[in-house]
Design a protein around this ligand. Structure first.
Ligand SMILES: N[C@@H](CCC(=O)N[C@@H](CS)C(=O)NCC(=O)O)C(=O)O
Length: 221
């Protein structure tokens, strides 16, 4: 049995989409990062990086969203592009570029305790550059891997809705091919179920000082 450790953030949602699309049996386990549940010894034994998502497949512990997507695609044989070279390149590009730059851009534009011009400019610039590369890729075919819907599209689906929160004055439609893919995926019943999953659990909504301490301890160091 698979246990899926999650909250409503972009990286866990990619995995929620795969789990719902594949029909694989799983138990959702909420991890309320605003309450500091990512720092418990039990969770750190699964993910020493203290972040969601994480997954237990029997006694195999997995962490990092894109690694989990690849693992599940290989395990089930579903949503796995046939050509391994491009799959690895795009998956690692998303894991090492799109995700981190997007995360830092969201942070400096929305959560930084100081209004810092240069980090805001650098990360918005880099986020835009990375998303443009994704949009250009999607201009060449319906999906990231070409003809078929795959884990690469799920990895894009997690972060793309946050574009307006990371690049000022930039609605999602600035990237028409990404917007088209989001519309298509969001219309899928599996995406609807994935999006509803967090609302079935009582996650703390308020970003109070305790939540800031759990999630951004460097502010108080
Ligand atoms: N590289 C990791 C990043 C995971 C990550 O940053 N997760 C965020 C949510 S999207 C998190 O757990 N934040 C809580 C915290 O930093 O305390 C992945 O792709 O899974």
């Amino acid at each position: 049995m698979i246990r899926f450790y999650f909250n409503a953030a972009p990286n866990p949602m990619k995995v929620a989409l795969f789990l719902e699309e594949s029909g694989i049996d799983y138990v959702p386990v909420p991890v309320d990062t605003k309450k500091g549940q990512q720092h418990t010894p039990e969770f750190l034994a699964i993910n020493p990086n203290a972040k969601v998502p994480a997954l237990m497949d029997g006694d195999v512990a997995l962490f990092d969203s894109n690694a989990i997507l690849l693992y599940l695609a290989e395990k089930t044989g579903q949503f796995l592009p046939a050509e391994r070279g491009p799959l690895l390149s795009w998956l690692f590009f998303i894991a090492s570029g799109v995700g981190p730059y997007s995360g830092q851009a969201v942070h400096f534009h929305n959560f930084s305790p100081e209004d810092l011009a240069y980090p805001k400019k650098r990360y918005a610039f880099e986020a835009r550059r990375h998303w443009q590369i994704i949009d250009d890729r999607l201009a060449k075919g319906p999906y990231m891997a070409g003809a078929d819907y795959s884990i690469l599209d799920m990895a894009v689906w997690g972060w793309a809705p946050r574009i307006p929160f990371m690049i000022p004055d930039t609605p999602l439609e600035t990237f028409p091919n990404i917007a088209r893919l989001m519309d298509e995926l969001n219309a899928r019943p599996a995406a609807q179920r994935a999006l509803e999953l967090p609302s079935k659990h009582p996650f703390q909504q308020e970003m109070d000082e305790a939540a800031m301490r759990h999630m951004y301890p460097q502010i108080y160091a």
